[in-house]
Write a protein that binds this ligand. Structure first.
Ligand code: C2E
Ligand code: CA
Ligand code: CA
Length: 404
């Protein structure tokens, strides 16, 4: 069913209505992703690639920014998701709002009169389709290498951390470091907008050095606070051809005081297979120095068994595209199972990436997979948020597991 991927935002100024809508959605089996009481807060979510909803339940009558103005702002942003209009106004008014939205090419699934009936809402949500274009904004800025280089030098890169948890008991085993660029004008920029440019312009080694140095300093602070975590860093294959780079990794780690056993390097499978000789040597040497190695995005490349056997990996991360939704899709499940089987045969730990909702969690929980990572557990977060998150995760863990 396509509706499984729906990310719902409830936008209504009345607390009672918000609670009611969330409850109805819950009863219908939908998770409400976000709740806002005003249009400005909702637009902030829509501007964030991680939080952008693809279905908005929109109240037309709101103080400050009313629903019609909100729709106009959606048009400005080229919002590609869907909208369901909710209002206490009469049918004509609701139809007018729907027409306005459609005239601006916003997908309106329909309108509902308050108080909303569960049947009415269910009928409309069932017509929801995934947005054809995934990005909320069509035109994305392309940054010049000099801008990225300056960002590295000026300390504008910040690390976010996404937890990795042991599936059997929910224990937080580590975090993956995911870099963001806090751009002085453009806000938070995601890695897909600058990693590739850094790679082709010879900036990636410097970038990795900054990311690693910060991540290890942070890890040391966590250790001192009694939080023991493995820290994973993404490496670019472009870096694995230079001896200097490897010496940098070893040197930065030694100076940080974090033992290499707690540091894990993730390399993606597709890139891994281009020309193996030098990277293989580098990876083997890192492994000899007791760093952990992880093979990332597994399943979308075409590594052969022999190639894998020769690579000294500790961990295999099953690509998100084979995890998310595998519980209801046989083909995905086959890919998932065979990746998992391979990891097991070669003695690697298996990580399921992209565990996005309860059904994904239940699925991996029933499998032999060791570790899970994904939005269902937590989104990548700034370092400062992690201790509190760990605490609440540990408290809630039995609850998140009880649906089994
Ligand atoms: P990746 O290594 O595969 O990292 C996982 C990506 O999936 C992250 O995106 C993360 O936010 C996202 N993700 C995690 N859980 C879920 C989920 O449940 N659902 C969905 N839809 N997505 C999920 P992000 O942070 O945008 O990073 C994108 C890619 O950029 C990373 O993919 C990695 O290849 C690269 N990257 C990030 N930081 C670095 C870095 O420091 N160095 C290098 N070389 N590459 C980096
Ligand atoms: Ca990764
Ligand atoms: Ca990955």
């Amino acid at each position: 069913m396509t509706t499984q991927n729906v990310k719902i935002l409830v936008l209504d100024d009345e607390p009672f209505m918000r609670r009611l809508l969330v409850r109805i959605l819950d009863n219908l089996g939908y998770i409400t992703d976000s709740i806002c009481d005003n249009g400005h807060a909702a637009l902030e979510l829509i501007d964030s690639p991680d939080d952008c909803p693809n279905l908005i339940l929109l109240d037309i009558n709101m103080p400050v920014m009313d629903g019609l103005e909100f729709l106009r702002r959606l048009v400005d942003r080229r919002y590609f998701g869907s909208v369901i209009l909710v209002s206490g106004e009469d049918e004509r008014m609701r139809q007018a709002a729907e027409k306005l939205a459609k005239a601006h090419k916003i997908t309106v699934l329909g309108h509902l009169h308050k108080p909303v009936s569960p049947e009415g809402l269910a009928k409309l949500i069932e017509t929801w389709q995934p947005p054809k274009q995934l990005l909320p904004r069509a035109a994305r800025k392309i940054y010049a290498p000099a801008e990225i280089s300056a960002a590295i030098a000026n300390g504008e890169l910040v690390n976010y951390y996404q937890p990795k948890v042991r599936i059997s008991d929910g224990h937080v085993v580590g975090v993956e470091t995911l870099v963001r660029w806090r751009h002085p004008q453009d806000g938070l920029i995601f890695p897909d907008q600058f990693i590739g440019i850094a790679e082709v312009n010879g900036l990636i080694d410097d970038l990795t050095q900054v990311v690693l140095t910060d991540a290890l300093a942070q890890n040391k602070l966590w250790q001192e606070a009694g939080i023991m975590l493995q820290v994973a860093i993404n490496l670019s294959m472009d870096s694995l051809i230079s001896l200097d780079f490897m010496e940098m990794l070893v040197g930065v780690t030694a100076r940080s005081g974090v033992p290499p056993q707690m540091v894990e390097f993730e390399v993606t499978e597709t890139r891994l297979m281009e020309d193996l000789r030098t990277p293989l040597e580098m990876l083997s040497r890192l492994r000899l120095k007791r760093f952990r190695l992880s093979i990332d995005d597994f399943g979308i490349g075409n590594s052969t068994l022999a190639q894998l056997r020769d690579l000294p990996f500790d961990e295999l991360k099953i690509d998100q595209s084979f995890v998310r939704g595998a519980w209801h899709d046989e083909k995905l499940r086959a890919m998932f199972d065979s990746s998992l089987g391979l990891a097991k045969q070669l003695g690697m730990e298996a990580v399921a990436e992209g565990v996005e909702e309860q059904a994904d969690w239940d699925f991996v929980h029933k499998s032999e997979c060791n570790i899970a990572q994904g939005y269902f557990i937590a989104k990548p977060m700034p370092a400062a948020d992690l201790p509190a998150w760990i605490q609440s995760w540990q408290m809630d863990f039995p609850a998140s597991n009880r649906h089994l």
